[in-house]
Design a protein around this ligand. Structure first.
Ligand code: PGA
Length: 257
């Protein structure tokens, strides 16, 4: 099974309902019916419905930037897997570095989110969002030669649920490359992507060859083509550059090489 190329826009906490709608509309118009390419938009929770409406008649998918680690209950400020599924969200990003490093999310918390997303599908909700599990080292960890140790640790949620793949996706996002304008070089990223695939296969016996592994961290039109041409890089999780329709569409275009 050939892996699709996925280009996902992580809009983070930007925009208004109007700008979210306009951006989604521009992406829908610009992408058309792309073959071999999956385009995903991840707006803030409160703009999900607007973006879902704008993309309804198109192949563009809509995902959430986060999800609660509990199925339901007294969890003020949280949004559940079932709520996202009911809206029609196809994916949920979990373990983003801003969640880990700014909001102190632990590996254990992220594991519960991964488990819940996986179990929801298994418990008869085929439309439950697919997890995009983010992993990535800080600059300090890279300089200390600990990149792969950190990534292997962050992949642990998969250990108990190897059959979650290839439905689940992975995003390698080196923390030092996020929002800095300094992307990993294609070779640097490829090295880690290949290690992630090998780890999935060896440690978890999972469907590694069919699992989509995205690269994230300062992806832009100028570097997308080179990054996406690497054998184990299956697309990108794009932050800043996903907020400008032209730039994001150029990144999508980079797939059609
Ligand atoms: P960036 O963000 O493209 O702005 O570096 C990527 C991300 O955080 O997903």
């Amino acid at each position: 099974m050939a892996r699709p190329t996925v280009v996902a826009g992580n809009w983070k906490m930007h925009g208004s309902r109007d700008t979210a709608r306009a951006l989604a509309r521009a992406v829908v118009q610009g992408v058309g019916d792309a073959t071999g390419l999956e385009v995903l938009l991840c707006p803030p929770f409160v703009h999900l419905l607007d973006v879902l409406e704008e993309t309804a008649e198109s192949p563009v998918q809509v995902g959430a930037q986060n999800v609660c680690d509990q199925p339901e209950g007294a969890f003020t400020g949280e949004v559940s897997v079932a709520m996202l599924a009911e809206l029609g969200c196809s994916h949920a990003i979990i373990g983003h570095s801003e969640r880990r490093h700014v909001y102190g999310e632990s590996d254990e918390l992220i594991e519960r989110k991964f488990a819940l997303l996986h179990q929801s599908t298994q418990q008869g909700d085929p439309d439950a969002p697919r997890a995009i599990l983010c992993v990535g080292e800080t600059l300090e960890e890279r300089e200390a030669g600990r990149t792969l140790d950190v990534i292997h640790r962050q992949l642990q949620p998969a250990r108990s649920f190897p059959d979650a793949f290839p439905r689940a996706l992975i995003a390698y996002e080196p923390v030092w490359a996020i929002g800095t304008g300094v992307a990993a070089t294609p070779d640097m990223a490829q090295e880690v992507h290949a290690a992630i695939r090998t780890h999935l296969e060896q440690e978890f016996g999972t469907a590694a060859q069919d699992t989509v592994v995205l690269y994230g961290g300062s992806v832009k039109a100028a570097n997308a083509s080179e990054l996406f041409s690497m054998p184990d890089i299956d697309g990108g999780l794009v932050g800043g550059a996903s907020l400008k329709a032209d730039e994001f569409l150029s990144i999508c275009q980079a797939v059609r090489k």
